[in-house]
Design a protein around this ligand. Structure first.
Ligand code: ATP
Ligand code: MG
Length: 440
């Protein structure tokens, strides 16, 4: 993409409406704009990141054997009367009549609709053992929408619902989701701490929230120091070992469970939640299948949510510096930014153009700053939007076939030949490869 043709409305000053860094940076980097309280327009750069996150979630869900569906954003309220939840969500649930005066609601969650799908379409026990998911917009009329996309009213969620024959099956699915969540968050460059959470009326210990540690988080976390060590790369652990570690949120915390010196307290952003539902919805809504002997089996359910749009903010909270966002490569809107320091200079234009074409032909996503802005402004913008790699080409370097390659995260810069830069970007070499060091 050429910046001159792109739609990237950057903001230089700090917007006064933003209280936390991710919200500030998302506005400044032209990713989102608020339409009205808690409801956002996604501009191209923000949408690219949202889609990348979505794709990682989709890949990991598919790998786990879950199957994608898509349910509407609007639902009839009848199903909620059947499940007994019609009043449970109070004003968070947005309801309105259609022209025939039938009451609809904008989906805040989909247990009722998915249970309805299953009860009418599962024919026998052989259909059970399925985990159905979707990535779809939700609406909750939050009392206090805030922090940008972190707590919106309209937000994108991955929600899945599993239907098993018995508790053993449901527990297996639950554990599979636990592993899947750790993998998907880690692919986004995040270490999420799975904390034991309230399992409400269902009871039992099958409820975990996944939190990204950040000072701006809304929950208090208490966890074993090993989670920090995993994040900092000091230890490696299997998910089975992680499951044994202590971690709890807010009122779930029981002081004295682990030695003081192992206990860490921090704030966390909830990016996912897995929950064993038991037969709450299947028995209220009659989701049963005939078993091997024709007996009626009420399906055993679980639900598993991920805050897709919230993740965009959470990743920024976890990965930024004073100059802007630092995208993990897996979710970056573009992998590379090319800065042409003198647009109109034949050599610069030619070298930038060539590099741009080459990267594109190899399917490396690249944003080429071909505008007439001053050098200082170009550097600041590129740092702000946080692409993992920057290639700067100016008249002096262009004369010798040299470019400056910068790693956004470490800030390291090296002057290398354009071929070496290309090799580095195509083959994912690290910037401090020996050849680069000797080249500087
Ligand atoms: P919270 O305690 O933050 O309100 P919740 O318990 O209501 O979350 P769930 O019903 O479990 O959330 O929804 C699944 C996921 O959707 C959450 O883990 C969170 O990441 C995300 N989510 C929930 N509410 C919002 C919101 N208002 N804006 C953005 N994301 C949200
Ligand atoms: Mg909530």
């Amino acid at each position: 993409m050429r910046l001159s043709q792109f739609f990237l409305p950057l903001i230089k000053e700090n917007p006064s409406e933003a209280q936390i860094v991710s919200h500030r940076l998302m506005l400044r980097a032209g990713m989102v704009r608020q339409l009205t309280a808690g409801i956002y327009n996604w501009l191209p750069l923000g949408l690219m990141v949202l889609r990348n996150i979505e794709n990682i979630i989709r890949e990991e869900m598919n790998k786990s054997g879950a199957i994608e569906v898509l349910m509407p954003t609007l639902q009839p309220t009848e199903l909620w009367k059947e499940s007994g939840r019609y009043d449970a969500l109070g004003k968070e649930m947005l309801r309105f009549p259609d022209r025939a005066e039938r009451e609809l609601l904008y989906s805040p969650t989909c247990e009722e609709v998915i249970t309805d799908i299953v009860r009418t379409n599962f024919k026998s026990y052989r259909d059970a053992g399925k985990n159905l998911y979707q990535i779809q917009w939700k609406f909750r009329d939050e009392i206090r929408p805030r922090f940008g996309v972190m707590r919106g009213r309209e937000f994108l969620m991955k929600d899945s619902y599993s239907f098993d024959i018995d508790y053993e099956g449901a527990k297996k699915t639950y554990n599979l989701m636990y592993d899947t969540y750790l993998r998907m968050f880690s692919r986004m460059g995040l270490t999420a701490v799975p904390v034991r959470a309230d399992s409400g009326a269902i009871g039992g210990d099958l409820s975990h929230e996944f939190h990204v540690v950040a000072d701006t988080g809304e929950s208090a976390l208490y966890y074993d120091v090993a989670f920090d060590d995993i994040r900092d790369g000091k230890v490696k652990m299997t998910t089975e070992e992680m499951r044994q570690l202590y971690a709890a949120a807010d009122e779930q915390h029981k002081p004295g469970t682990i030695p003081k010196e192992r206990l860490r307290e921090a704030r966390g952003i909830e990016v996912g939640h897995i929950f064993y539902l038991g037969k709450k919805y299947s028995s209220a809504m009659n989701a049963t299948v005939p078993g091997t002997n024709g007996e009626n089996i009420t399906l055993d359910m679980g639900c598993y949510g991920v805050g897709v749009s919230r993740l965009v903010g959470a990743i920024i909270e976890a990965s930024h510096d004073d100059n802007g966002i630092i995208w993990p490569e897996s979710v970056a809107p573009f992998k590379v930014g090319i800065i042409n320091l003198r647009v109109g200079d034949a050599k610069c234009d030619e070298m930038c153009g060539k590099l741009y074409e080459m990267l594109q032909s190899k399917n490396v996503s690249v944003l080429y700053d071909d505008t007439n802005e001053r050098a200082g402004g170009k550097f600041a913008s590129m740092d702000l939007i946080g692409l993992p790699w920057q290639v700067t080409i100016g008249p002096k370097g262009a004369e010798k076939g040299m470019v400056e390659l910068k790693n956004r995260r470490t800030g390291e810069k090296v002057e290398v030949s354009v071929e070496m830069a290309l090799d580095n970007l195509l083959n994912n070499k690290v910037i401090y490869d020996k050849r680069f060091l000797t080249a500087t």
